[in-house]
Design a protein around this ligand. Structure first.
Ligand code: AKG
Ligand code: FE2
Length: 281
């Protein structure tokens, strides 16, 4: 499986990027407009935040899904039995935001969501006519005015050696949402499942932006754009002593948007949450 690195500033970037999304479910961008210094400042200050007890002032809320998810309430991926080895904080425009960090992640949210909207426009423009005909409205319209887009700050702690056998940083899963954008994390580990049924490393040089299709866009496009299974491996050697921070932004449409004959965004999301209930939160 080949994941090409597409130059955001190239005249053929939209076509090249969407070809990669169609063929692999993933697209990798360089020279994109999200400032690397902003990303790195978020990595640094949130690593500090996760190391303090202050995070416990913002326990996750099962209604609004915002706030801090400790390793003990962390996610169990669909069809898996062990909890992932991670803790994370969910940022929504109307959710709680920690007083202990600067507004950098909020500024990133705005810039990331704007770039994701641009990329969704590329996906719309590069959808074949029969795929476009399936969309209930142009893709960028689906997210207009949505306050469901989620910025997740993820911390994978160093391994201690006493982890449950079989537990991994992030078990194999597909994302639920429309489109995910993810700056290269502080450490490697992200892998994608190819059509050859083998796991492939996703490029992880600092400054790259990884984009992947979520289940909602797979559903809306009649599977033209696949939501590809991915995972985060446990590190070995020296890497095991290091934290890993990553920053996925999950683009979510408004709940009333029609995805397909079978689903609205709301019914799709609720069904997936119901499947995870008792496991996830
Ligand atoms: O940490 C990463 O690199 C990926 C995280 C991820 O796939 C997720 O949170 O859905
Ligand atoms: Fe994911």
């Amino acid at each position: 499986m080949h994941l090409p690195i597409v130059d955001f500033t190239s005249p053929t970037a939209p076509q090249d990027f969407c070809k990669s999304l169609h063929e692999t479910g993933f697209g990798v961008l360089k020279n994109h407009p999200l400032p690397q210094a902003l990303v790195e400042s978020i990595y640094a200050e949130w690593l500090g935040f996760f190391k303090t007890d202050a995070k416990n002032k913002y326990p996750s809320n099962s209604e609004t899904h915002d706030g801090y998810f400790s390793p003990s309430v962390s996610e169990t991926a669909k069809n898996h039995s062990k909890k992932d080895l991670k803790e994370f904080y969910h940022i929504y425009p109307n959710g709680r935001y920690p007083a202990e960090v600067t507004d950098a992640a909020q500024r990133y949210y705005a810039q990331g969501a704007a770039l994701a909207a641009t990329l969704l426009g590329w996906v719309e423009d590069n959808s074949p006519a029969e795929v476009k005909a399936r969309y209930s409205m142009p893709l960028p319209k689906m997210i207009e005015g949505s306050d469901h887009t989620l910025l997740r700050v993820l911390h994978y702690p160093p391994l201690r050696g006493d982890e449950e056998p079989g537990a991994v940083r992030a078990a194999a899963h597909g994302d639920i949402n429309l489109l995910t954008i993810l700056p290269a994390a502080t450490e490697p580990g992200l892998q994608v499942l190819g059509k050859d049924e083998a796991w492939h490393d996703v490029p992880c040089d600092f400054g790259l932006l990884i984009v992947n299709i979520g289940d909602m866009l797979e559903e809306a496009s009649g599977h033209y754009y696949p939501s590809t299974i991915h995972r985060v491996l446990n590190p070995t050697g020296d890497g095991a002593k290091k934290s890993r921070i990553s920053l996925p932004l999950f683009l979510h449409p408004r709940r009333e948007v029609v995805l397909s004959d079978r689903y609205t965004v709301g019914s799709y999301f609720d069904e997936r949450m119901e499947e995870l209930r008792g496991k996830k939160y």
